[in-house]
Ligand binder design. Structure first.
Ligand code: ZN
Length: 168
């Protein structure tokens, strides 16, 4: 996706651009194309960006360390300010939240939809990654802690060889 030149949005019907998503999001390690819809509305002093999309990613379970596929769905919207918001410029249907103040772009700049999508998907990843209710932590096999492990016996043989070598 090309970056969207913010002033161009004002020429769209209702100053809104709809983007149909069906493809890769750069840097997002997804197994399937990202499918869904993104909506970017120019609100004069802000952009209202909303997305409804999903894809499948491969995660590693925190408990059994097996990899598993996870359906990552995104249903979110965000205001991106084109100038510092005030009580007058705030859309009436929204209360001012801290996260609303975090993003600001120059009014004549570009909106990078790919970077925004990547960030939203990354934020939507589960904090605790579990493949299922019943998985078990991997058992520590006896083989790995057995002192008679073949790797150790090889070392033992080498040690014996060294001690039986005639002194130089
Ligand atoms: Zn698991």
């Amino acid at each position: 996706m090309y970056p969207i030149h913010i002033p161009h949005l004002l020429r769209q019907p209702q100053a809104t651009q709809i983007i149909h998503l069906d493809g890769a999001v750069p840097d997002l390690d997804a197994l399937t194309p990202v499918k869904g819809q993104m909506k970017i509305r120019h609100g004069g002093t802000f952009l209202e960006v909303g997305v409804s999309a999903e894809t499948i990613v491969n995660l590693t379970c925190d408990r059994c360390i097996q990899s598993y596929n996870y359906r990552l769905t995104l249903e979110t919207s965000e205001l991106i300010w084109l100038e510092a918001p005030t009580a007058e410029t705030l859309p009436p249907e929204r209360e001012l939240a801290w996260e609303d103040l975090s993003e600001q772009l120059p009014p004549d700049g570009d909106f990078d939809a790919d970077a925004w999508l990547y960030e939203q998907f990354t934020l939507a990843l589960p904090l605790q990654r579990l493949c299922g209710k019943d998985c078990q932590p991997p058992a520590v096999s006896q083989q790995e802690i057995d002192p008679t492990d073949r790797r150790w016996s090889a070392l033992e043989i080498l040690k014996q060889q060294l001690t039986t070598l005639p002194p130089a």
